[in-house]
Design a protein around this ligand. Structure first.
Ligand SMILES: [Zn+2]
Length: 262
């Protein structure tokens, strides 16, 4: 019954809030890693994007103008993560705030001793538990193509959002019932320890060394690699790659040859 009502509401939104073809094509063209998806998958992604843009508010900060193309580019990258997942992974918060440049957040955090710290260094992106995702547009623009940036900011922040579905980001998102929590913890902590020691040794890693910062950052950075440069993750951490194929229900490395044709 509730499912039927939800589907009816979704059909109404899809009918009234369609994305113009030219805008959709332009946004896809700006995101090279999307080239692996088939036409039926892109049609499903487009529906997810329309529903996402209806559910979330993408607002600007500091007088920045967020264009329709920016909105669709952000939404496509956010929805790629949940293309084959329950979209309710993104429930419980509403806003995406886009800054004209890197930003400093006013929100402090309290440490174990009860001292409230304010972060002074500017950020390119941040995902707040139960709150907004904040993005610097120049960093979104610069990281839309892995081959030039070696990172993807939007995927990173939305991976944190998926992780935060079970509370604070800790690298352990809620897993589907058929996946083993123990196997996840073991593969992730083994890979995290291995990567951390490489970074500590000063190794020149192809994966962003920021991944060694915490298990939460490890999950977010490896999610970027999984979607935007999948063969790199498969090569470096095959066990993690395999777990991610089960978790995200996608196998992007198996289609990586399509990326070469882009
Ligand atoms: Zn992060």
């Amino acid at each position: 019954m509730f499912d039927a009502i939800r589907r009816w509401r979704e059909r109404r939104i899809l009918a009234s809030s369609a994305i113009p073809d030219a805008l959709w094509s332009e946004a896809l063209g700006a995101l090279p890693f999307i080239a692996i998806y088939s036409e039926p998958e892109l049609a499903r992604l487009r529906e997810r994007v329309v529903l996402f843009l209806h559910a979330k508010s993408i607002v600007s900060a500091q007088g920045f103008e967020v264009t329709p193309l920016m909105r669709v580019m952000i939404a496509i990258q956010a929805c790629v993560l949940i293309l084959n997942l329950d979209p309710r992974y993104y429930d419980g918060w509403e806003n995406i705030i886009v800054y004209p440049d890197e930003f400093v957040t006013n929100l402090g955090y309290e440490d174990d001793a009860g001292v409230v710290h304010r972060r002074a260094e500017p950020l390119a992106g941040e995902a707040m538990p139960g709150g907004p995702v904040i993005l610097s547009w120049p960093d979104v623009e610069a990281s839309r193509d892995w081959s030039s940036a070696g990172m993807n900011l939007v995927i990173h922040e939305f991976a944190h959002k998926i992780d935060m579905k079970s509370g604070e980001a800790n690298g352990s998102p809620p897993l589907p019932s058929e996946m083993s929590r123990v196997a996840w913890q073991k593969a992730m902590s083994d890979a995290y320890a291995h990567f951390g020691s490489r970074v500590e040794e000063g190794a020149d890693t192809a994966i962003d060394p920021y991944a060694a910062d915490s298990p939460a950052e490890f999950f977010a950075v490896l999610s970027e690699v999984f979607f935007a440069e999948p063969t790199l993750l498969q090569m470096e951490y095959p066990k993690v790659y395999e777990l991610f194929t089960w978790f995200y229900r996608q196998d992007p490395a198996s289609r990586a040859e399509l990326l070469l044709e882009r």
